[in-house]
Write a protein that binds this ligand. Structure first.
Ligand SMILES: Nc1ncnc2c1ncn2[C@@H]1O[C@H](COP(=O)(O)OP(=O)(O)OP(=O)(O)O)[C@@H](O)[C@H]1O
Length: 705
């Protein structure tokens, strides 16, 4: 017999107080060990039209709803006695007649009674009893039964769906099977969703990919324990079929998954690492990202996915790229790399220019040329510098000037060498060189999250750490969130993801309203240097929320007062202070965020000082630290003119192409900050305000004074 848990079980379990969760888990473990144990008290749900629903007693108050057939035992739901029975009476489980996927099908009239959803009475089925007024024809009214069925819409919902619109659909979140809801949302925005797989009639309905995202087989108590440990993190157990497919696919070479913020790229990267770790006893998987803080966050998430005793844990190294480079440098060369500070590099450039009597180039230009060209590409000879494609840099440098520049950079390299320091790029490149061409590699595979911010030497380094073959390199990232590195050709580093790049389209984090507004900051398509395109259009969010609040104020005091009242309001509405994040562009604006938090009457903590369990405190930080985080409500403050984009950066540009790059990455930063929000976002500034706010205000224009 197959023992399974449903997503609805883990969700309902998470809603219970801790003590009751424990009691319910104990009963769940007893059921998994032996469902026929005489100590377990089963009662049939008499009023359910599905004869297979039973309840099992947890204690006087709580019941677990299970679905029992000859070959299957499914934990469905847990709640107080009457609510548990009520839940089972409203549903049935059946294989969809077209796709073959096992689904919970809710009876239409129950849903209509519970939600604001309106529509005409269906022509048949259980919902025929519902006395309702007809609604206006919606976006789906032209769709045939056959089309709707192909998307997994349950048959008794067909008429309802045809008579609703996009807004009505959001009321059905949690009521319609997820695959049907997602397909309809995509159709509503003009997309063409791929219809779900159609299983052959003889196939097991629970084995269908869409069924697997809501029902999971658990083979033993350990697997059940693991699945119930972090029930609030649905992604640990139930993946979207498109996510699962990427996790398990065999790739002939380097692969990349993209998708806008909140589409589950990190989730896919984590599962992929675990999947690769389990494939072989010799697996040595590197799971890495570009910063220490993000790597720490990955570690925490991986611990949700893997039990501490899980053997896969021993096959995965989670770290940040420079961290692994540092360790491998020591392993390879027997010494700790002595990394040059920014000021040491700048001093070397100044000294080299002075020695050579070179006054034609500004200090800014030299620093940028060094950073983005000489050091990034690790150029060591005049020929290499002469021939490098100065990608993105448009200042034309004539032959003589170039030679003079090279002499200066070569001298700066010598100065740094004499001081016995190396840049990060050099350290990473030296380790890459050490491992390139060697038979035995430090890792069998590398999975890289936030890959849009990987630098040129880091990419080359990662490629050198794993074998050349299939499934060795997997990247997850979003070009629209690139905030640190300049774009460059991955192909030039021997990493070819063409034909092995996929885009995730379902946003799990952010409400429809926030995602739609944040998307206005970025183009609908982003193309990387090698021509691989990332289509940002057609992404859907599966839940609804309030419109973002965007406002400009006459003074910073007015802004503070507004933000304070906004926060006080949402906390009064039930949002816990630790579920609120305030982001500002740089540390210069942090005091404005602190003032707003203080005036709201709630304590706060800065992201740098935040511990793991910082309950009751609003989180405050700069936008760069927002990466990898998420909050129920986010305030993006101080979006003033000269702050966003940052004037200081604009002034540092030594050529036009750098300006383009600065504007682009500043936009990305704002996008990252806004998309940390799940339900509510408030974006404010002082008049005249950041030019980017005009894009955000496009949907509904508003200005306060
Ligand atoms: N299959 C899933 N089921 C439920 N929730 C999911 C699923 N996949 C992802 N999520 C949730 O969606 C949110 C975003 O996921 P994740 O952080 O992986 O997205 P991302 O694409 O990496 O985002 P970003 O680009 O902003 O870093 C998280 O809260 C995660 O738990």
């Amino acid at each position: 017999m197959e023992f399974r848990i449903a997503e609805t079980f883990t969700q309902s379990l998470a809603r219970l107080p801790a003590k009751e969760q424990k009691a319910a888990k104990t009963t769940a473990f007893d059921l998994q060990i032996d469902p026929s144990s005489p100590g377990l008290k089963f009662h049939r749900v008499e009023r359910s039209r599905d004869p297979h629903f039973w309840t099992v007693r947890v204690n006087d108050d709580l019941r677990i709803v299970v679905h029992k057939t000859d070959g299957n035992f499914l934990l469905c739901y847990v709640d107080r006695h009457d609510d548990a029975y009520g839940w089972a009476e409203k549903r049935r489980i059946e294989a969809h007649p077209t796709t073959g996927a096992a689904q919970f099908v809710e009876f239409v009239h129950h849903v209509v009674e519970e939600t604001a959803f309106g529509g005409a009475a269906p022509r048949s089925g259980y919902g025929a009893q519902a006395p309702l007024a007809p609604a206006a024809p919606g976006v789906f009214d032209q769709l045939t039964d056959e089309t709707l069925l192909r998307y997994g819409v349950p048959p008794d919902w067909l008429d309802w769906i045809r008579q609703t619109d996009e807004d009505g659909l959001f009321d059905l979140e949690g009521h319609l099977p997820q695959e049907a809801l997602e397909a309809l949302l995509e159709l509503a925005v003009g997309g063409k969703p791929a219809p779900p797989v159609v299983a052959p009639p003889s196939a097991d309905p629970f084995a269908h990919p869409d069924a697997q995202r809501r029902f999971r087989t658990v083979a033993n108590v350990d697997e059940l324990r693991q699945a119930l440990e972090s029930p609030w993190d649905k992604w640990t157990v139930f993946l979207h079929p498109s996510q699962r497919e990427l996790v398990e696919r065999r790739y002939g070479g380097p692969a990349r998954v993209t998708g806008s913020a909140g589409t589950g790229k990190t989730v896919v990267a984590l599962h992929r690492a675990v999947h690769l770790a389990r494939r072989s006893d010799d697996a040595r998987v590197l799971l890495a990202t570009f910063s220490k803080a993000l790597a720490q966050a990955l570690k925490v998430k991986l611990s949700h996915l893997l039990d501490s005793g899980d053997p896969a844990a021993g096959h995965i190294t989670v770290t940040y790229v420079d961290g692994v480079a540092h360790r491998l440098f020591e392993d390879a060369f027997g010494v700790t790399p002595n990394i040059a500070s920014v000021s040491q590099v700048e001093a070397a450039l100044t000294a080299a220019a002075k020695e050579r009597g070179e006054t034609r180039f500004s200090h800014r230009f030299l620093v940028n040329e060094w950073r983005h060209v000489v050091d990034a590409w690790q150029l060591r000879t005049w020929e290499a510098y002469r021939d490098v494609s100065r990608l993105g840099r448009r200042t034309r440098i004539g032959g003589n000037q170039r030679e003079a520049l090279w002499a200066l950079f070569e001298r700066a390299q010598a100065i740094l060498k004499a001081r016995n320091v190396v840049t990060w790029a050099e350290a990473v490149a030296r380790v890459a060189e050490h491992h390139r061409g060697r038979e035995k590699k430090p890792f069998t595979a590398a999975v890289i999250d936030e890959a849009q911010d990987i630098s040129i030497p880091q990419l080359r380094f990662l490629a050198a750490l794993v074998p050349d073959g299939p499934d060795a390199l997997f990247f997850a990232g979003d070009l629209g969130q690139r905030i640190f590195q300049q774009p460059f050709s991955w192909l030039s580093q021997g990493v070819d993801v063409r034909g092995r790049s996929s885009t995730l389209k379902v946003n799990y984090r952010t409400s429809h309203q926030i995602r739609r507004r944040a998307d206005l900051l970025l183009p609908a398509q982003v193309r990387d240097v090698d021509g691989v395109e990332d289509q940002r259009k057609g992404t859907i969010s599966v839940f609804d929320g309030p419109e973002p609040d965007v406002g400009l104020f006459d003074t910073a005091e007015d802004e503070t007062a507004y933000v304070a009242a906004w926060i006080a309001g949402i906390v009064a509405d039930g949002v816990a202070p630790e579920e609120v994040g305030i982001f500002v562009r740089t540390s210069d604006q942090i005091d404005r965020a602190k003032a707003a938090a203080k005036q709201s009457g709630h304590p706060w903590v800065t992201l740098q000082d935040r511990g793991d369990a910082e309950n009751g405190r609003i989180a405050i930080g700069t936008m760069h630290l927002a990466k990898g985080l998420e909050f129920k409500a986010v305030v993006v403050m101080a979006c003033d003119d000269e702050v966003m984009p940052l004037q200081e950066r604009i002034e540092s540009a030594s050529e036009e192409s750098e300006l383009d790059e600065i504007f682009e990455t500043e936009r990305h930063l704002l996008y990252v900050a806004c998309t940390r929000a799940r339900d509510r976002v408030c974006i404010t500034g002082v008049e005249p305000g950041s030019e980017f706010l005009a894009d955000l205000l496009e949907v509904s224009s508003r200005s306060r004074s």
